[in-house]
Design a protein around this ligand. Structure first.
Ligand code: GDP
Length: 583
């Protein structure tokens, strides 16, 4: 049974807002004309009644349509969208209730995500930027005013230093000249190389942007094969994409740990020394991938940051969300405290600020959401990612999912002894969005909840947008679907994710959701317990350094400060938590 069917069968008729207005106005029209003062008095009375009744009716109508108290349904704009699903852009002014000034201000604030986004972008070229608030709950995490002012200053910097500007051309000249030593430039840059799966890329580009904010650099990104197809420009009146004629473009693929300009390699060969005040090259390659060595890891030491600060161009390749370790660099720590007063919101805010799906991806997201998720009373996302040999679905993973949702009471239990209909007319509808490369898990759950009623009488629908079989990162539509699915997962009220997966981290971070994480199975056995509630909404840094830069000795970096702890799903990983827990 799908949700539309459920709705048709069990939904009470919608309150007729326009009919209510018609009734009262026709009653007024049918009154006999007695005198001007009588009419004037009645018109005034009617107007006064309308002034009171209309907003009340609108409010009731909105609540009646959807009982959640989140933004998605409490705005008249949303009401307009629901009433006319064919229309992709609806101007909400035409549906606004009377006396809506405060709502106006609130709407405008929500539309700009609490001030994270700048106004003034062309809306049509990137619909998701200003429409995302229609699909998301208002974030419980407010960005700090310090972060907002830092972002505005960064936008100015990017406009002054971005591709095509004099400052950019001057900085690029040094790269073209082949000079061995850098001369100071007006602007310094961090270049992000497109590398790894899409979830990894979304996290690493956000970490690179954080580094740019902390080190006062301009972030430019390698468009790779698909970045322009997936993401809108995030900064006003400029571009974050490297131009095609950027002099190092054709070297990106060949950069590795032994490249002559690799930061770690130069340190190893004593060609760079952070303790000497010496000349630096115009660019350095930072190898921050999961396979980086002890020298590459010195990136996370203050002394090396001082040295790197003199290098105009830093070119970075990473598949790691390295933000947690930036907290362990003393020169960045205080700034991070000021930027993120709620420490766990780094990716939540930066991801929402930076990563706007292009119109093609937004179409995938909104069509799916409106067709399968919009009308449910509750939405639950389950992300299933397996890292096992062989073809799925794996029975031990199916058992694990069932065990997690049952123990954590994420879905109502089914009554296995009953297959009759026990649905009430107003049965609550729960929509479960499943993402997986495999179709099997969704099919099993769907069948179970079709064959048996729930003990609560609620109806549960399972929806899976795609089952691509295996990772096909070279294909454009495959990546669009992957991005759309991460985004759709983030729109749920509750989330279950798979251990080790950046795909799930993206969803939890954008959604501001603390997921239940399905432990990684070992030896094809169902883990017990099956899942654990995440400590925070932040992603995990899978391969952090374990080095005390001052003492020059190994140290457990997950035990140094209360706000950087080991991850739930990877015991050696690091993640940012709110820091209230005892170490
Ligand atoms: P991770 O490997 O789980 O950390 O996530 P990544 O996103 O970095 O890489 C996995 C890639 O496999 C994705 O980017 C997709 O290309 C593909 N993939 C994995 N799971 C799914 C899924 O549930 N849906 C879709 N559409 N693609 C998936």
């Amino acid at each position: 049974m799908d949700l539309n069917e459920i709705r048709k069968r069990f939904s009470p008729p919608k309150p007729q807002f326009s009919a209510a207005i018609d009734t009262s106005s026709s009653a007024q029209v049918s009154r006999p004309m007695i005198s001007f003062s009588f009419i004037a008095a009645n018109v005034t009375k009617t107007f006064a009644v309308l002034l009171i009744v209309l907003p009340v009716l609108v409010t009731f109508s909105v609540i009646y349509h959807n009982p959640h108290s989140d933004h998605r349904i409490s705005s008249p704009f949303v009401e307009a969208r629901v009433l006319d699903p064919k229309s992709s852009v609806v101007t909400w002014q035409s549906f606004e209730p009377l006396n809506a000034t405060t709502e106006h201000v609130e709407e405008a604030d929500n539309k700009l995500l609490g001030g994270l986004l700048s106004s003034g972008f062309d809306e049509g070229s990137c619909l998701s930027r200003y429409q995302s608030f229609l699909y998301r709950k208002v974030s419980p995490f407010k960005p700090s005013t310090y972060l907002l002012s830092k972002l505005r200053k960064y936008e100015e910097l990017h406009k002054r230093c971005g591709p095509g500007t004099q400052a950019y051309n001057d900085a690029v000249k040094q790269l073209k000249s082949g000079s061995e030593t850098a001369v100071p430039t007006e602007c310094n840059y961090v270049v992000w190389i497109s590398y790894s799966g899409l979830g990894n890329r979304i996290l690493t580009v956000s970490a690179a942007f954080l580094y740019a904010l902390l080190s006062n650099r301009v972030l430019l990104i390698d468009p790779g094969t698909d970045m322009t197809d997936l993401f809108c420009e995030p900064f006003p009146s400029t571009s974050w994409f490297l131009p095609q004629d950027f002099p190092l473009n054709n070297q990106f693929k060949s950069f590795h740990q032994k490249s002559p300009r690799c930061h770690g390699f130069m340190l190893k060969k004593n060609l760079l020394n952070s303790s000497r005040d010496e000349e630096v090259p115009p660019y350095l390659y930072l190898h921050l991938g999961h396979d980086y060595n002890d020298q590459d890891k010195l990136f996370f030491c203050d002394d090396d940051q001082t040295l790197l600060g003199k290098v105009p161009w830093l070119v970075m390749r990473t598949d790691n969300y390295f933000a947690p370790s930036l907290y362990l660099i003393p020169s960045f720590e205080q700034e991070l405290f000021k930027l993120f007063t709620e420490k766990v919101t780094i990716f939540h805010h930066l991801g929402r600020y930076l990563l706007h799906p292009t119109n093609q991806v937004w179409g995938l997201i909104t069509r799916y959401y409106n067709a399968y998720m919009a009308r449910a009373d509750e939405r639950i996302g389950i992300q299933i990612r397996t890292f096992e040999e062989g073809a799925g679905p794996f029975p031990h993973v199916t058992d694990q999912i069932l065990s997690c949702i049952s123990k954590e009471k994420l879905l109502p239990e089914i009554n296995k002894n009953d297959s009759s209909s026990s649905l009430s007319k107003n049965a609550r509808a729960i929509a479960v969005l499943i993402t997986s490369l495999d179709a099997g898990y969704c099919e099993t759950l769907k069948e179970l909840y079709w064959e048996h009623p729930t003990v609560t009488g609620e109806v549960v629908g399972f929806y899976q947008p795609s089952h691509e079989g295996f990772q096909q990162s070279h294909k454009m539509m495959h990546n669009r679907k992957a991005w759309a699915e991460m985004y759709l997962l983030s729109l749920n009220d509750k989330l279950v994710t798979s251990a080790w997966s950046t795909f799930g981290y993206v969803a939890q971070g954008l959604g501001g959701l603390k997921p239940w994480i399905l432990y990684k199975p070992e030896d094809k056995k169902t883990p017990d317990p099956a899942c654990v509630r995440a400590m925070s909404i932040e992603p995990c840094f899978h391969s952090p350094p374990f080095w005390d830069c001052k003492a020059k000795t190994g140290v457990d970096t997950g035990k140094l400060v209360p706000h950087v702890r080991h991850c739930e799903d990877i015991s050696w990983g690091l993640k940012v938590v709110d820091g209230h827990e005892e170490l």
